[in-house]
Write a protein that binds this ligand. Structure first.
Ligand SMILES: [Fe+2]
Ligand SMILES: [Fe+2]
Length: 328
């Protein structure tokens, strides 16, 4: 296994998936994930056929309007064919508002999952139901937790699920961490603290089960799959200040349920490449869990808005440079 942290250290239900939404097919060739960015010359030689803007943990509620506008202009300037957002868009009712703004601004497919902050002020189930309703209203908005696999190319697909810090890793019993989740998400507010661990575990397990079903449903012609989720699935992908998580934080920053689904899928499909995009820790890094299972964790800082990567899909590969364009 190989892990690598990148640069800065700045602070920083539906209880079952619904039936499939429309498939989004593009005529691009194989996606080949690169753990190391290719040189600009390499990319030029391959001629990008599709660009996907990856955004994680924007926390739009912390950004000023002018920051939002600058960020949107910057994203538009890259002319992405689609956007992928890996959670923590905002909090409470602002999540729907922000999604509407994004949908109004970007007239192309917008794929997203929700992060823990997106559930603040409601229950997990009510939040998801509200977002599913919104996506039924807006054609190009796709909540991946509620979506069947999205076909991106003849042999490439996108799947996703929220994930949850599911108390399967680290020392839950002795942790000193108390996330706001327990005060601001109804499921925890209305339950005694001694039941929280089982709620966390259930959320992680359900996320893993939904993801496993989607991965199992992929046809054999799909040999490159991109997986969007919020919480790092593995400890090795849970970065903080250049290191991976300790036992105190791991219960809330690793989703073991999703990890199990990913590992099983990768082991059962050795010829299929599994590339995971996630956030939640606000510190970035890469982790190669298996030769065909790589996790990229994205960076965030409250009050600024970034583009985690403009993903180039080329004729012979998938280029994911981690250049950040901060609009603040
Ligand atoms: Fe976040
Ligand atoms: Fe988060």
């Amino acid at each position: 296994m190989k892990t690598r942290s990148r640069r800065r250290n700045v602070g920083g239900s539906p209880d079952s998936p619904a039936e499939g939404t429309s498939f989004f097919t593009r005529t691009v060739t194989a996606l080949l994930r690169r753990i190391s960015p290719a040189s600009s010359t390499d990319v030029d030689d391959r001629a990008s056929q599709q660009k996907i803007a990856w955004i994680t943990d924007p926390h739009f509620d912390h950004a000023k309007l002018e920051t939002w506008r600058l960020w949107a202009d910057e994203v538009l300037a890259h002319r992405p064919d689609a956007l992928v957002l890996t959670g923590d868009l905002s909090e409470g009712d602002d999540v729907s508002y922000q999604l509407r703004c994004i949908a109004d601004t970007f007239d192309r497919p917008i794929y997203f999952v929700l992060g823990n902050h997106d559930f603040y002020g409601k229950s997990i189930g009510d939040t998801r139901r509200q977002i599913i309703e919104l996506c039924r209203e807006i054609d190009h908005l796709h909540y991946l937790t509620d979506c069947a696999p999205v076909q991106l190319a003849e042999n490439a697909a996108l799947v996703g699920d929220d994930g949850w810090g599911d108390a399967t890793e680290g020392d839950y019993k002795n942790t000193t961490v108390r996330l706001n989740d327990f005060q601001l998400i109804t499921d925890f507010q209305t339950s005694p603290p001694d039941s929280w661990q089982s709620i966390l575990q259930q959320e992680g397990r359900l996320s893993g089960e939904r993801l496993a079903a989607k991965l199992a449903a992929l046809p054999s012609t799909i040999n490159h799959v991109l997986i969007a989720t919020h919480v790092p699935p593995f400890r090795e992908s849970c970065w903080y200040e250049g290191r991976t998580t300790d036992d105190n934080w791991a219960p809330f920053f690793v989703c073991g349920g999703v990890a199990a689904a990913l590992r099983a899928a990768a082991e059962q499909n050795p010829d299929r490449m599994h590339t995971v995009l996630c956030g939640h820790t606000h510190h970035d890094g890469d982790a190669e869990i298996l030769p065909n299972l790589i996790v990229h964790t994205g960076y965030s800082r409250y009050g600024t808005l970034d583009i985690e990567s403009m993903i180039d899909v080329t004729s012979d590969g998938f280029h994911v440079p981690r250049t950040h364009h901060t609009s603040s």
